[in-house]
Design a protein around this ligand. Structure first.
Ligand SMILES: Cc1cc2nc3c(=O)[nH]c(=O)nc-3n(C[C@H](O)[C@H](O)[C@H](O)COP(=O)(O)OP(=O)(O)OC[C@H]3O[C@@H](n4cnc5c(N)ncnc54)[C@H](O)[C@@H]3O)c2cc1C
Length: 241
């Protein structure tokens, strides 16, 4: 582990990974750490928006994302059996006139592979536990499997999520809620985590009627019964259904 990187990036979720590849591409020496031993194996964010696709194109990664994801060209919002409105995503002022349905787990793995191709890596099982300003930068105390060590970086960047240790260590307040309100938590049943691990096409149903959930389940089963298809083939198959 480099004890004096130019930038210490704390957190290897999508934010930390994207920042690190952008800096590494410009020759900045980064140390990217994450407290977890391995990436989370379930997705949270499931959509990549047009502007993000444009950024991935600049990195030469657009095709990789298109191959892994499913294009959503329109969205229909329904509640209690009624259509509340429709959104035509082709109207986005972008060459990517769609949202791309893709697991956050896949997004992280594409960015990690790209970082490795640039010669970088995620330093895992490494938690930031202390920060102290110095004339030549910031001294950071890291904990790795019970052992403490120090690095001095010119910059420390907080990409460590909602309950940011960096934010707490530098005393920045966060007045917003740090946990989901109860009705929202109840809307995420245990088995949805297993369903979210699957790659490929996904039928999402909100908190609508039982009939909507049943038909979403039937569509999902029919999609999964199909052989593995490429990104565009999957989008076509989803449209036929
Ligand atoms: C259940 C759930 C569902 C979601 N669904 C959606 C969705 O449908 N659409 C959407 O857009 N977004 C969704 N989100 C939000 C989305 O997951 C986040 O916006 C996204 O993960 C934020 O990325 P990030 O890189 O900023 O932070 P994170 O992904 O949270 O990554 C932060 C990283 O920092 C590491 N870390 C934390 N503390 C330390 C420390 N002290 N030292 C070292 N490392 C540390 C953590 O281990 C973690 O890997 C969902 C989130 C959850 C929890």
């Amino acid at each position: 582990m480099n004890p004096s990187p130019q930038a210490l990036i704390v957190g290897a979720g999508p934010t930390g990974l994207l920042l690190t590849v952008e800096l590494a591409r410009r020759g900045i020496d980064c140390l990217l750490i994450d407290a977890l031993d391995a990436p989370r194996s379930w997705d949270r964010a499931t959509v990549v928006h047009p502007r993000s696709m444009e950024i991935f194109e600049a990195l030469g990664l657009a095709d990789r994302f298109l191959d892994e994801g499913v294009k959503t060209r329109a969205a229909r919002f329904r509640s209690d059996g009624e259509t509340l409105g429709e959104l035509n995503l082709a109207l986005a002022d972008s060459r990517y006139g769609f949202d791309l349905g893709i697991s956050e787990e896949v997004t992280e793995s594409v960015l990690t592979s790209y970082l490795e191709r640039l010669g970088g890596a995620v330093t895992r099982s490494t938690r930031l536990v202390g920060l102290e300003p110095r004339p030549d930068g910031v001294r950071a105390t890291l904990e790795q499997r019970g052992e403490r060590s120090e690095v001095v970086a010119s910059w420390v960047v907080a990409c460590d999520g909602l309950r940011s240790a960096v934010r707490e260590l530098v005393g920045v307040d966060f007045p917003g809620p740090v946990s989901l309100p109860l009705p929202c938590r109840r809307a995420l049943p245990e088995r949805s985590c297993a369903a979210r691990r699957r790659r490929g096409p996904r039928v999402l149903a909100g908190r609508g009627s039982r009939d909507e959930h049943r038909s979403a389940g039937r569509l999902q089963s029919r999609l999964e019964a199909r052989p593995r298809l490429s990104g565009d083939q999957r989008t076509g198959a989803a449209r036929q259904l």
